[in-house]
Design a protein around this ligand. Structure first.
Ligand code: C5P
Length: 222
């Protein structure tokens, strides 16, 4: 059977990675979390004390940075210059700065190039903001996941509490709304549903229902 490409886009905390991971497992495909790549670069820029608003500096850092996504037993492992940073890229500091790094045109160009290389052989489920519109415009399946800010903040809040992390629901709402705003309003490849993407409002759906919907779309094209 054909090894297709599946693009999953949508706003922050819409459940993209959870769903993408399960679909990839079902199909024995590679899962590629493109947000993790922007986060790893952001982490390195923070450690360097870099100004996120300086595209030339951020590009210098990226040119000298290796980002690897490896399958692990408990999900994807993220390596930054050979060092594991899977947990470090999820801190509030990285989360609140990453959208400023992802604004820069040169940075996006390089990231898109790396992502297209990773997906070149097909058999991938890739999640992000611009996968259906720019990274994999020819993907056989394109999905755009939606949920209200309240619903997404609630889910992230529950997840934080379950992991024993401190969590403030109102703050989460603000951070999610702010990140969506920056990601949707940027000039270069903003967060946007591709014309040929299938929109799935996950607000009242379970994870499994979303996975089933995507699996059905995928099976029709394999
Ligand atoms: O998916 P995640 O929430 O980890 O993404 C973190 C940030 O990385 C997004 O808010 C966005 O600013 C940026 N991003 C992007 N394009 C992608 C994936 C992520 O601009 N394809």
């Amino acid at each position: 059977s054909k090894r297709i490409s599946i693009a999953i886009d949508g706003p922050a905390a819409a459940g993209k990675s959870t769903v993408a991971k399960r679909v990839a497992e079902n199909l024995e495909y590679v899962y590629i979390d493109t947000g993790a790549m922007y986060r790893a670069l952001t982490l390195k820029a923070i450690l360097r004390g870099a100004d996120m608003d300086d595209p030339a500096l951020i590009m210098d850092i990226l040119d000298d940075t290796a980002i690897e996504l490896l399958p692990g037993s408990e999900g994807q492992l993220v390596l930054l210059d050979g060092q594991e940073v899977t947990a470090e890229i999820r801190t509030a500091e990285v989360t609140n700065k990453v959208s400023y790094v992802a604004i820069h045109e040169e940075v996006r160009k390089e990231m898109v190039k790396r992502q297209q290389e990773l997906a070149a052989k097909g058999g991938v489920v890739m999640d992000g903001r611009d996968i259906g519109t720019h990274v994999l415009p020819d993907a056989e399946v394109k999905v755009f996941l939606l949920a209200s800010v309240d619903e997404r903040a609630q889910r992230r809040h529950a997840e934080n509490l379950q992991k024993g992390f401190p969590s403030d629901l109102e703050q989460l709402k603000q951070e999610i709304a702010q990140r969506d705003k920056i990601d949707s309003e940027r000039k270069v490849s903003p967060l946007k549903k591709a014309d040929d993407a299938v929109e799935i409002d996950t607000t009242s759906l379970s994870i499994q229902q979303v996975v089933d919907t995507i699996m059905k779309l995928a099976t029709e094209r394999i």
